[in-house]
Design a protein around this ligand. Structure first.
Ligand SMILES: Cc1ncc(COP(=O)(O)O)c(C=O)c1O
Length: 285
């Protein structure tokens, strides 16, 4: 029996079937863009942990930074005992994030947690309840972010009920026959039939949809969303969890458009394989 098959039988006996697997082999070690499995086979890693390893497996600078940190401390809960690194990373992100004017960055652990916090920030700031997300969007696997996700299979089936006050609008996708005009007509319908614009806290969109099929959101649609947000006091959130940190060539996918959001969610390749996410935002005053 191969080492891969042995591990597979142990996993099936010890862990639930609900934890889905895409590969039938198990990783032993990795370097840059390559993976070696427990039987010694070598693979090119085209997935990179789904956009988490844009600098490759075990980039020497990431490895050195982690090794150095492990000589000092591993965890304090920042709210209990803060540390300087938080400010250092926030300063670096603020210097590069494509949001107009002054910026602030907060950190959490997973992409879904960043999205949850972005929605909380928008709701607390506007004192409104509604959130508009888009068909085909993916925002995470927690209850709120599953609710925001606009793709039923495989993410939502069997897992409801989802939180209220989330409305999905058509996403402009020429491949699926939805033009920018159709998508904007969909937004109008939402304000007529589902929720008043004055009750909407946030519009959340991926500048480039990832799980939805690598769809680039047309610039004119982003421009129209910016205007709708400005005209109605709505917070515009760009979810850059997957498209950020040079996944598209530039540090943020937002850099391909002149449109600037109020909040950006970040995660994945931000920390080169370690769990870190965040929300970049304009300060309120
Ligand atoms: C656009 C987007 N938002 C949010 C998430 C959720 O991130 P995480 O899996 O780290 O919770 C993902 C994950 O793929 C994503 O692609």
């Amino acid at each position: 029996m191969s080492e891969n098959s042995k591990v597979r039988s142990r996993q099936l006996a010890a862990a639930p079937r609900g934890v889905g697997l895409m590969c039938d082999f198990y990783i032993d070690h990795a370097k840059n863009a390559e993976i070696w499995d427990t039987d010694g086979n070598r693979y090119i890693d085209f997935a990179g942990g789904i956009g988490v390893l844009n600098t490759g497996h075990l980039h020497p600078k990431v490895q050195a930074a982690v090794a150095d940190q492990l000589q000092k401390f591993s965890h304090t809960c920042f709210n209990v005992v803060p540390y300087e690194l938080y400010a250092q990373v926030a300063e670096k992100i603020n210097a590069r994030a494509p949001i107009d004017g002054d910026k602030r960055t907060m950190f959490v652990s997973a992409g879904a947690e960043a999205v949850e916090n972005a929605v909380k920030i928008a709701r607390a700031y506007t004192k409104r309840r509604g959130v508009i997300a888009f068909n085909g969007a993916f925002h995470g696997r927690t209850n709120l972010t599953m609710g925001l996700t606009g793709k039923v299979l495989p993410y939502k089936v069997d897992f409801g009920p989802f939180p209220g006050d989330i409305i999905h609008a058509p996403y402009p996708n020429a491949l699926r026959g939805v033009s920018v005009e159709d998508a904007l007509a969909g937004m109008e319908q939402i304000f007529k039939c589902h929720i008043a614009a004055s009750d909407v806290a946030a519009i959340i969109i991926e500048v480039i949809q990832g799980e939805g099929g690598f769809n680039i959101t047309p610039n004119e649609f982003l421009q129209a969303l910016r205007k709708i947000a400005d005209d109605n006091g709505i917070v515009l959130i760009f979810d850059e969890v997957q498209s950020g940190f040079a996944r598209t060539g530039k540090l943020f996918a937002t850099e391909y458009t002149p449109v600037r959001p109020d909040l950006i969610t970040i995660a994945k390749s931000l920390a080169g394989g370690f769990p870190l996410s965040g929300v970049v935002a304009k300060p309120t005053s």
